[in-house]
Design a protein around this ligand. Structure first.
Ligand code: BGC
Length: 504
């Protein structure tokens, strides 16, 4: 497939999608599998009795005698903190990863991520005591921090502009596949006693090994090479990832971005200047909002909802498979749609669908689900459909866009630093929601769904008024073509520059 794309100056860039190019995209996307596998595996492992008996015997005892109802599931903050320690480690690590991306490049940072994650799998899977178990968890976290920082950036930088959305969303596609696989593994190992949990944690090494092998094959991104003064290698890399020899006009644009970038000695200082605020605010908000859609709460609560339909024993498996498959398939929709209809329309459509789903689930539960007892079968089936509608719309919008938009909106000089803030915002709010959700559910009951609906309304307004469209804009022309043009954000960019831009 050959295509031509316009540069910011209107000149076309040529590109061809070759086998090597596609291999680079897919290998890097294995970083998403690592992250997704971990999201899916943690909850399952920490609810396995063998695991609790070995590491958290007191919690196991309490769990045996805990009374549960539909809204107040047994909850242990310490156990939750153990699960969430990964997100805290990843939060801190993403800043180290940003430095590594700048100094070493994207490719070695991806290798490092896979090595750290593999170590995490080995240490966690073989842990004889709590200390090593926690060390394993932290290694996983650092691996996720390094992977989530470098992989989306890598994908956005190597993708030809007109396919950038689709290529970047391969990361999220692999996240969803990872979640699905992990849920199936959880189910399969839950009957293997006493070491099923070791298999589940150890298997996390598999995607990491794939990522490591892939990281040896992929090329470094041209921007990263040229920024570090390696112009000849940068040009060769550009030819490789474009599949054509004539890359001059795109090369010029990258060189210009690198020149500006090289003048910036302190990216973090620059990031807090007024002119850097627009992408920073957007990058962080989009990730915070992604978590406030309530996706992880819904996925977590889904097994309980599914059990009320009547699938008592298999409720968890069934919900994991149904929501997991819906999640994967709907992410494919966004791969096809994102570069055609754009980021904004997908996000807005999803806000409407998610809002309706949340309000409808909340209303049904509020009226019909008492703390004990269950829903009428017909209504429960409606709730299941609504959960799928919710997951579906998240999967083609806020899920992938949370990673895509922050990775493509920063200029090169603040890209890795700014993206680190977006990644850590995701990690922090995943942690906060995981930590608070069960107590919120217990106290707010069905109203929690209205709480998330309110957030969805706010994020819809945010998209309408503040989020610019980045579809079809070359990654190194965002400042000129996006930020300086936006009615709100242009005010941050400085008068003189806006004037110059208007003249061109
Ligand atoms: C989010 C995760 C979420 C997953 C669901 C990711 O983009 O960051 O928090 O669990 O999507 O597919």
């Amino acid at each position: 497939m050959t295509s031509v794309e316009p540069s910011s100056s209107g000149q076309p860039f040529g590109s061809k999608v070759t086998v090597y190019v596609v291999a680079c995209w897919i290998f890097a996307a294995f970083g998403g599998l690592m992250f997704g596998y971990d999201i899916g595996i943690s909850g399952g492992v920490t609810s396995m009795d063998d695991f609790l008996k070995k590491f958290f015997p007191a919690i196991y005892e309490r769990k045996l005698h805990a009374k549960e109802n539909n809204y107040c599931k047994y909850d242990d903050q310490l156990l939750q903190l153990f699960t969430s320690s990964l997100y805290l480690a990843a939060l801190v690590a993403s800043f180290g990863a940003s430095k590594a991306c700048n100094v070493l490049g994207r490719k070695p940072t991806i290798s490092l991520a896979s090595v750290l994650f593999t170590l995490g799998a080995v240490v966690s899977g073989t842990a004889p005591n709590k200390v090593l178990l926690i060390i394993g968890r932290i290694l996983f976290g650092i691996g996720v921090g390094f992977g989530n920082e470098s992989v989306p950036l890598f994908l956005s930088e190597v993708a030809p502009m007109q396919h950038r959305g689709a290529v970047n969303i391969l990361f999220q596609l692999f996240v969803t596949i990872g979640i699905l696989i992990a849920n199936l593994v959880n189910y399969a190992v839950s009957s293997i006693h006493p070491n099923g949990w070791r298999i589940a944690l150890g298997l996390a090494g598999v995607p990491a090994i794939f990522l490591f092998m892939g990281s040896l094959i992929i090329t470094e991104t041209p921007s990263s090479l040229i920024e570090r003064g390696k112009e000849i290698e940068g040009k060769e890399a550009l030819k490789k990832i474009r599949g054509v020899d004539d890359v001059e006009s795109e090369l010029e644009q990258i060189k210009l971005a690198c020149e500006i970038s090289r003048q910036v000695k302190h990216p973090y200082k620059k990031l807090f200047k007024r002119a850097s605020m627009p992408p920073l605010i957007i990058g962080i908000s989009i990730q915070v909002f992604q978590q406030f859609t309530g996706i992880n709460a819904i996925m977590f609560y889904a097994p309980v909802l599914f059990q009320t339909v009547g699938f008592k024993g298999n409720g968890s498996l069934l919900s994991a498979v149904i929501t997991g498959v819906v999640n994967v398939l709907s992410t494919l929709v966004s791969i096809v749609a994102v570069d055609r209809i754009g980021r904004r329309k997908l996000l807005l459509q999803a806000c409407v669908q998610m809002f309706i789903s949340m309000v409808a689930i909340g209303s049904i539960l509020l009226i019909h689900l008492k703390p004990t007892g269950s829903l009428d079968k017909g209504l429960a089936a409606v709730v299941v459909v609504l959960v799928c509608m919710f997951v579906m719309s998240f999967a083609w919008s806020w899920g992938p866009m949370g990673w895509l938009i922050p990775s493509e909106t920063f200029p090169l000089e603040t890209r890795t630093a700014g993206f680190a803030f977006a990644v850590s915002a995701n990690m922090f709010f995943t942690f906060v929601i995981a930590q608070a959700f069960l107590s919120m559910l217990c106290n707010m009951r069905a109203y929690i769904f209205f709480f998330f609906a309110l957030w969805i309304l706010i994020m819809g307004l945010f998209v309408v008024f503040l989020l610019p469209e980045t579809k079809g804009v070359p990654i190194d022309s965002m400042t000129e073509r996006v930020w300086k043009k936006h009615p709100v954000w242009r005010k941050f960019m400085g008068k003189e520059v806006v004037k110059n831009y208007e003249m061109t």
